[in-house]
Each structure stands twice: as C-alpha cells, then as structure tokens.
Write a protein that binds this ligand. Sequence first.
Ligand SMILES: *[C@@H]1O[C@H](CO)[C@@H](O)[C@H](O)[C@H]1NC(C)=O
Ligand SMILES: *[C@@H]1O[C@H](CO)[C@@H](O)[C@H](O)[C@H]1NC(C)=O
Ligand SMILES: *[C@@H]1O[C@H](CO)[C@@H](O)[C@H](O)[C@H]1NC(C)=O
Ligand SMILES: CC(=O)N[C@H]1CO[C@H](CO)[C@@H](O)[C@@H]1O
Length: 439
Amino acid sequence: MSGEMSMIGSVILALFLAGYLGQQYLPPPKPKVIGLDLGTTFCSVGVFHPGIGDVEVIGDDKGRKSIPSVVSFTLTEVLAGHEAQELADISQQNTIYDAKRFIGKIFEPDALMQESARYPFRVINNNSRAEFLITTNHTFSVSPEFIGSRLLLKMKKMAEKQLGVPIQKAVISVPAEFDEGQRSYTIKAANLAGLEILRVINEPTAAAMAYGLHKVDVSNVLVVDLGGGTLDVSLLSKQGGMFLTRAMAGNNKLGGQDFSQRLLQYTMEQVREQFGVEATLKEDIHHLRQTVEEAKLNLTLQPSASIRVPLRLQVPGAARGSVPKPVVFRSVITREVFEDLNQDLFQKILAPIKTVLAEGHLEKEEVDEIVLVGGSTRIPRIRSLITDYFGKEPNTSVDPDLAVVTGVAIQAGIMGGSWPLQVSAIEIPNRHLRKTNFS
Ligand SMILES: *[C@@H]1O[C@H](CO)[C@@H](O)[C@H](O)[C@H]1NC(C)=O
Ligand SMILES: *[C@@H]1O[C@H](CO)[C@@H](O)[C@H](O)[C@H]1NC(C)=O
Ligand SMILES: *[C@@H]1O[C@H](CO)[C@@H](O)[C@H](O)[C@H]1NC(C)=O
Ligand SMILES: CC(=O)N[C@H]1CO[C@H](CO)[C@@H](O)[C@@H]1O
C-alpha cells in the first residue's frame, strides 16, 4: 500500500518535473498587445518579444518599417500607406494625408478654411469638426478618425501576418499636447479598426522609454522631436518612477520639408544661371524636388552630394508651343552649402528649448538626458547645435524615426504582462499644461 502510494507520488513528481523542465523549452508566448505610433506623416507598429526581451518593429511585405500616413480612395477600394502614397500625384483630391492634424479637434469656421487652403483635397466643416470630401463615382465625406482607422487596420494586419496570431489589443501614442477630445477620437479610430486600446501614452514619454530611461536613475529628460513639418520639444521629469511632462513648446512650421525647400530654391537658381532659363515644367520641378530630397539625406552621411537631373527647358525666343530643349543639369552640393542655406532655420530650434527650460524652472545643466526623435534630427548640424548648447551629447543610439514606436511597444509589453518589471504606470497625466508655439 505504502509502496503504491510512493510510486504514485514519484509519478506525480516526475510529471511535475517534466512539465517544469518542458516549459523552459516551449517557444515563448506570442505578444498579444501591439504598440502603435500613428504619426502625422508616417506610422509604425511594434511588439515586445518576451522570449528575447526585445522590441521588433514590424515591416510591410517589402520590409519597410514605416508606412506613409496616407489614405487614398479609388472607385473600388480604400488604400493605405505606400499604395495610397503612389496615388498622391494622380488622384490628389481623393488622397488624404495629415489627418492627424484634424482628429478630434473643434475648429472655428475661419480656421478650418485656412487649413483646407493648404491641401489639394477638400476639407469641409461638419459641426465645427473637419471632414474630407471624396468624389469617386459618388461624393461622400469621411472623418479624420476614419482615415486613422484605415492606417491602424493596415498595421494591425501587418502585425497579424508577422506574428501569425489575431491581434485585438494595442497601446497607442499621441502628442503630449493632445487634449481629451483628440485622445478619445484617436481611440475611436483604433476601435473602428477592431482594436481595443489598453493605454494611450505621450510620444515624448515613449521616446524616453525607447532609451530605457524609465529603468535608470534620471530626473530630467529633454525630448526634441523634429519631423517633416513640425518641431516639438518636451521637458519630462521623473517622479516616483513615473514621467511627468513639465513643459512643452514647439514650432508647427519648422521641419525637414523647409530644409528641402531651401535646397530646391538654390538648385532652381543654379539651373537659371547655367542655362539662362528657369525650369518651369511640372515634372521637371518634381524631379528636381526628388533629387534634392535624396541629396539632403545623403549629406547626413557624406560631405557632398552630386546631382544629375535631365530637364526640358523652354528656350527664350523660341516660338510658342515649340518642343522644349532637353538638357542635363549637374551640380555638387556640399554639406557647408546646405548648412549655410538653412542656418537661420536651424537656429530656430533653440527657442522652444529655452522656453521649456524657463517654464519648467530648470537650468540647462540640470537636464540629465537629451533624446532625439524624428528623421531631421539626423542632420549633423542640428545634432551639434544641441550638443553645443547643453555641453553634452544627446542620446542617439535608437533610430530617431523608430524611437516612439519602440517605446510604445515596450509599454505594450508591460500591458501584456510579459515584462519583467514591477511598474505598471509610466506616466503621470498633466492636464493643465499648455504648449508654447513659435511660428
Ligand atoms: C456630420 O457628422 C455627423 C456626426 O458625426 C455624421 O453623422 C454626419 O454624417 C456628418 N455629416 C456629413 C455631411 O458628413
Ligand atoms: C461607376 O460609374 C460608371 C458609370 O456611371 C459605372 O459604369 C460603374 O459601374 C460604376 N462603378 C462602380 C464601382 O460603382
Ligand atoms: C545618394 O547616395 C546614393 C548611394 O551612395 C547614390 O546612389 C545616389 O546617387 C546619391 N544621390 C544624391 C542625389 O546624392
Ligand atoms: C550620450 C548617451 O548615449 N547617453 C545615454 C543614453 O541613454 C542611456 C540610458 O539607457 C545612458 O546610459 C547613456 O549614457
């Protein structure tokens, strides 16, 4: 009897041990919560892998880790991301971008008219909220949150494809300045895409988390986010292990597009000097713009960029309607030229930095870490400007285009319970803060 008992006991023990040991060889659980960065110009999705303890930013079928925040309507379908971007030139009126600027916002009628004048598509007023007017076979209007939902749906599908499991839950980031309305309409966009939002976190906090600053002993973190069209500066302080936004400032008319525009004006002037006429054909200007954009990116890594653009110029004195003359424009642009052309614009970055320090009652020496976000912070002159001002190097090891999504994915990992960390909250909401805007 006692022999049987001990045998049963041994079997149970053996099963228990096998289960315990086996568990270590099981594949780690799949992430169930995704992290979403729904940006004004680009968006990305990431997950935290508990097994390897690392963030994966998910690529599309071509491996691209950011998709343009563009949605285009055709007769038969609604496209999002790169497919929509490709239609931006041929179907301008039905291709919507920058929807984030409108989401959840109440507009004065005049302000909405001014905004819509900046876009090739039609923005209409519906009870002080913006909607976009689309005309395919029939005319209809769509809301900014609907546009957001199509981008989020695209990213949800990318994640499902990569992970091989259905996804229903997410964490999403928003600008620190978003009010309750903008936050709730962002959540609405996610709900429309079939996603439940477990938490909304501020973009600067996410960027700080991408550098692990929630785990280390720092007090004050300055986040500089310089994107295609806007500059956002936030001063964060850690209190009891959580981030509090102390001050924010920015310039909503300063970004990479402005630096490219200066370079474009310069090359157009060179064309005029070399050939005695201006480039006027739409496709020539488009081609010049693309090349200049590429040169700008190359100048981050190289001291100079050679450009070569075939153009067709309308020779002066030639008869009206005569065939334009094909020429090839060549030039070498050095980094110095690029920096000189943008000297005054680069300097504008310091104003909001000084403002957040003043409003947050901090000396620049009291800033422990500086985090750079947004593609334009790759520009060497901008990095050195910030380094010189603070007398210390900013944190740049994370790709500035992916810093926000990386932090959101870490937060998603925490929410999914797959994070060996005690904290659950990362942020203290600060509802009374106002953003100072220069521009
Ligand atoms: C205006 O907004 C309301 C509420 O969101 C919506 O039901 C209605 O269809 C919109 N009107 C137009 C003309 O789009
Ligand atoms: C669009 O309109 C055309 C002409 O009125 C019609 O032949 C076509 O079937 C319509 N397409 C769709 C997708 O509704
Ligand atoms: C940028 O760099 C790439 C790779 O080195 C090169 O192929 C391309 O021609 C360059 N373009 C410009 C405009 O400098
Ligand atoms: C300049 C630099 O890289 N600074 C810091 C970046 O963030 C980490 C924390 O994760 C610090 O250890 C670095 O010193």
